[in-house]
Design a protein around this ligand. Structure first.
Ligand SMILES: Nc1ncnc2c1ncn2[C@@H]1O[C@H](COP(=O)(O)OP(=O)(O)OP(=O)(O)O)[C@@H](O)[C@H]1O
Length: 595
């Protein structure tokens, strides 16, 4: 939102900002109270020079000295200062609370909104950008709710009050002082652009530095393996230097701005001393008035300076509001139908059917074409095919992460759209090759932070999949803390934890996506044994490149370039002599447990 920015985007920034205002509505009374406190604080500030003027002209004046009056004025002065400080403190506290609470509400709304989005939303966005939306953009807007709001009221009001008091004291000198307003705004205007550019440069360079750091920390293994430390150090140094220079430039710009105002302020005081002093000498005004003028001129600069600084806050808040708004306006592509009612998930058998399903991530580029198959409750079904054949897409449709363009997918005879998404996801369990683990203990990760699942169930689940002994061997057993997606565990251990999770959460339909690929043959055998037991009680679909995993399957679906080309048992498909038989011949693996 720079001065060079087109009017339309400025308007849209204002509109986006206005759309966020309802989040502050619950704190309306806080803001009103802040307003009252600001008026009190400003009144006390403006009153202080006036009280001294009264003391000078009425009590200290040699014409009629008044000791008692002096004591009274001093006491009133102290009282005014105390009231001012108290009002200022309370106002800061209230405003911070109200502003930060509004931001908390915006952040939660944004996170909830993102959580509701279908997978296509995530396909089309960089995760880093969403992280920035939720963290940095909301932080920028918090400046709007606190600093900008405060500045608008406090500084605007101070300016009006100071001008009022000056005109009340002496119209002639006050009129001279008004010449300052356009000059101060002129200087501010010149510096505003420079300050904004300097600020943006520092932010951009800092985020580049952060991105570089994050990438390097994540890829440290590769950097060390390929001896790239020195090169990366130099690249980091260059970024670091450029960040330092931008920081210094930002600081110098703001120093130049403040010093310019200071010089102007002192020139103005000199002018007041000259013009006002002459008036005092000619007895046109009292000395106290001159003193008050000097104080008011000093006070005059602060609000204008602050308004200028906060103008930048408004501009960056508009940009941030625009970015947040662009996420908030996106309606989740997949939503519960208005008529869906919760079902008793315990009564679902696990019958799955695809009827003439056609689907593409892009509307006119189908990756699955007219797919038809059924899976009986409790069946163990293998899904095979070359890379990109569409296996994972089948699973994504079944879990309703995407909606097919044509056809129907049913669970126990009912289209999956008729289930609440919450129920559907509770009924399905997924284990992917890339295991998702979260910061927390092993126990938390197995029961996915659900305290309603007793620890015994977790231990049982781990035993079923053969993970119990492995977990017991970890430094703190089930209470071992996992960091950064479980990087303190081996790939196999991570996968076993995700298997145990499935057993603990007990879904009706189990989806395994190449899940056993990263296990050594011994662990795989353990897992296979556990899974065979688990699979008995539920419908299981397994995507496998290694055909050995699904040799025993009740049915095998063979995909080729988005078509379901064959289905049957292992022996049926082998004797068919088609694609499966070819894949089987090519694989040629004979694991110890396969027949
Ligand atoms: N999120 C996505 N957006 C766009 N296209 C995608 C997306 N995911 C997959 N595709 C494309 O859809 C097609 C089928 O992909 P899918 O992941 O279903 O294949 P797959 O059989 O599971 O492959 P693999 O065995 O390699 O996992 C591929 O051409 C792939 O490029």
């Amino acid at each position: 939102m720079s001065t060079t920015q087109p009017e339309s985007s400025r308007t849209s920034g204002m509109v986006s900002l206005a759309r966020l205002l309802p989040y502050a509505r619950p704190y309306l009374w806080h803001f009103v109270l802040v307003l009252v406190l600001v008026v009190i604080f400003n009144a006390t500030s403006v009153l202080q020079p006036y009280l001294v003027k009264v003391a000078i002209d009425s009590d200290i004046s040699s014409k009629h000295p008044n000791y008692h009056g002096l004591i009274v004025i001093s006491a009133v002065y102290i009282g005014v200062v105390i009231i001012g400080v108290a009002a200022n403190f309370a106002q800061m506290l209230l405003l911070q609370f109200a502003g930060q609470s509004a931001i908390k509400a915006i952040r939660i709304a944004l996170f909830e909104h993102i959580e509701k989005q279908a997978m296509r939303f995530f396909d089309q966005r960089a995760i880093g950008r969403l992280v920035t939306n939720v963290s940095n953009d909301t932080e920028t807007i918090s400046q709007f709710f606190t600093n900008f709001f405060l500045s608008l009221i406090r500084d605007g009001l101070s300016l009006v009050m100071i001008i009022f008091m000056m005109f009340r004291l002496d119209v002639r000198i006050a009129s001279y002082a008004m010449v300052l307003i356009p000059i101060i705004f002129g200087i501010s205007l010149v510096f505003r652009g420079q300050l904004r550019r300097a600020y943006q440069a520092t932010r951009t360079r800092l985020s580049t530095l952060n991105a570089f750091l994050a990438e390097n920390l994540a890829g440290m293994r590769i950097i060390q393996m390929f001896h790239q430390e020195r090169r990366q150090q130099q690249a980091f140094l260059a970024l670091d230097v450029s960040h330092r220079d931008a920081n210094i430039k930002e600081y110098l710009t703001s120093v130049r701005f403040n010093r310019s105002l200071e010089i102007l302020g002192n020139l103005a005081i000199a002018a007041v001393v000259w013009i006002g002093g002459e008036a005092v000498l000619k007895n046109a005004i009292d000395f106290g008035i001159l003193y008050a003028f000097i104080r008011y001129i000093q006070q005059f600069f602060q609000p204008i300076n602050s308004i200028t600084q906060n103008w930048n806050t408004l501009q960056s808040s508009m940009v941030a509001a625009d970015r947040i708004g662009s996420v908030l306006v996106i309606e989740p592509e997949i939503q519960d139908l208005p008529a869906t009612v919760s079902i008793d998930t315990g009564r679902i058998q696990g019958h799955v059917a695809f009827e003439h399903v056609t689907f593409g991530y892009l509307p006119n580029q189908p990756v699955l074409k007219d797919i038809n198959f059924t899976v009986e409750p409790g069946q163990f079904v293998g899904v095979v095919g070359a890379t990109g054949a569409g296996k994972s897409s089948v699973m994504s449709l079944l879990t309703r992460f995407y909606e097919p363009q044509e056809g129907v997918i049913t669970l126990d005879g009912k289209p999956i759209q008729q289930y609440k998404q919450k129920d559907l996801h509770a009924l399905m369990g997924i284990v992917q090759q890339e295991v998702s683990l979260f910061t927390g203990t092993v126990l938390d990760n197995i029961r996915l932070f659900r305290e309603d699942i007793p620890e015994e169930v977790v231990y049982h689940a781990a035993k079923v999949v053969g993970a119990h002994t492995l977990i017991e061997r970890l430094p703190d057993g089930y209470h071992t803390q996992l960091y950064g997606k479980g990087s303190n565990l081996s790939m196999g251990e991570r996968q076993l934890i995700s298997f145990a999770r499935i057993v603990a959460l007990d879904p009706r339909v189990l989806i395994l996506d190449e899940a056993t690929a990263s296990l050594d043959s011994h662990t795989e055998e353990l897992v296979q044994r556990g899974l065979t037991a688990v699979a008995k009680a539920r419908t299981t679909l397994v995507i496998a490149h290694r055909l050995s995993t699904i040799r025993q399957a009740d049915n095998i679906l063979v995909f080729d370039k988005g078509n379901l080309v064959e289905q049957g048992t292992h022996s049926e498909l082998v004797s068919l002599g088609g694609l499966y038989a070819q894949l089987d011949a090519e694989s040629g693996i004979e694991l110890p447990y396969s027949s």
